[in-house]
Write a protein that binds this ligand. Structure first.
Ligand code: UT7
Length: 321
């Protein structure tokens, strides 16, 4: 059995922050941001929280799937920006939607989070343990971004995306690859919480997101095409046979490089970073939901999903819609 996506949902915070807004805060400009990243605006959570966005996206995905919350056996939430250390965001979603028969847990893999969570769902379904799982990618990166650091604050956005997967004998996830390289984790870091107790205090090293942008860029343009090529080869597919590539929305130039490597046209690489920025673990499910609701998928379509980022982590999925 495979995990097949039978419903999707997403949510973006109400507040929109444009490049022009950012140019009033830090020394940057719209032309630099658009040409280096492809981003024009992003949504920033003010009233919304990680758990509220995850809940709303999850509800929409259930509605799209025509499934009740009670039918769910598992809830997986990928996030690096939870509201609480405990309870997990997944447990909060469980309570909010009334998924009384599900077990809920969070998974931390930064921008690869949703892809890794979907792979985890696939493993549970393949093993015959569960049949119906809600997978959510959600981030409130605005709370861990240094709004005085122009090299990072222009990149990120908040949002959530969700997918309901159910066991299917033929369609769904056919194969996946996933990797981590902890030794290179220093390229993208953020402290969880200040080390402080009765006996001493250690200052924050990275209170906010710190990124070696060029190192992450080089890692992505090498590892993402490589992981996709591995999946294609292993499944005797050519790049041309894939209908759509749904890639993490970090940077337009990374996606252009992947398209060039695969010798595929850019219209097979849909993007929403122009409106959403880089929403880390939420970017792949957000884009999936937008495409699904726009009717871009039909039964039997072959898709590749890819996530990459902090950890370092990266992975790709080959699925039949
Ligand atoms: O989702 C997690 C994965 N993350 C990524 O995939 C991010 C990957 N990296 C990137 O997308 C790119 O490295 C960035 C978009 C972050 C940066 O682009 P870049 O072409 O690598 O720029 P750079 O860091 O080499 O900076 C070039 C110049 C520097 O000035 P000097 O030293 O040449 O005078 C920066 O100080 O641009 C300057 N700069 C800016 N200028 C205007 C850096 N940020 C800005 C800014 N506005 N916001």
């Amino acid at each position: 059995m495979n995990a097949r996506i039978i419903g999707t949902g997403s949510v973006l915070p109400k507040k929109v922050v444009t490049n022009f807004d950012l140019a009033e805060i830090v020394d940057t400009n719209d032309e630099w941001i658009v040409s280096r990243t492809g981003i024009k605006e992003r949504h920033v959570a003010i009233e919304e929280s990680t758990s509220s966005m995850a809940t709303e996206a999850g509800k929409k995905a259930l509605e799209d799937a025509g499934m009740t919350a009670e039918e769910l056996e598992m809830i997986l939430v990928a996030t690096v920006t939870p509201d609480y250390v405990t309870p997990s965001t997944a447990c909060m979603v469980q309570a909010a939607i009334g998924a009384t028969n599900a077990v809920a847990m969070d998974l931390s893999a930064a921008c690869s989070g949703f892809v890794f969570a979907l792979n985890t769902a696939q493993a549970y379904i393949r093993a015959g343990i569960y049949k119906k799982i809600l997978v959510i990618g959600v981030e409130t990166l605005s709370k861990v971004v240094d709004w005085t650091d122009r090299s990072t604050c222009i990149l990120f956005g908040d949002g959530a995306g969700a997918a309901v997967v159910s066991a299917d004998a033929e369609a769904g996830i056919q194969d996946f690859v996933q990797y981590t390289d902890g030794a290179k984790g220093v390229a993208l870091q953020c402290d969880a919480r200040q080390h402080k107790n009765l006996f001493g205090t250690r200052a924050f090293e990275n209170e906010y997101v710190q990124m070696d942008g060029q190192a992450v860029f080089k890692f992505a343009v090498r590892r993402v095409p490589e992981s996709i090529q591995k999946l294609l080869d292993r499944n005797q597919l050519t790049a041309e046979q894939i209908d759509l590539y749904v890639l993490h929305q970090a940077n337009m130039r990374i996606i252009e490089t992947v398209a060039k490597f695969l010798k595929e046209p850019m219209d097979k690489f849909p993007m929403n970073m122009e409106r959403c920025g880089n929403t880390s673990g939420a970017s792949v499910p957000l884009l999936l939901d937008e495409l699904n609701r726009a009717g871009r998928f039909k039964r039997g379509d072959k898709l590749i999903l890819s996530g990459f980022g902090g950890g370092l982590t990266w992975g790709s999925i080959y699925m039949i819609w």
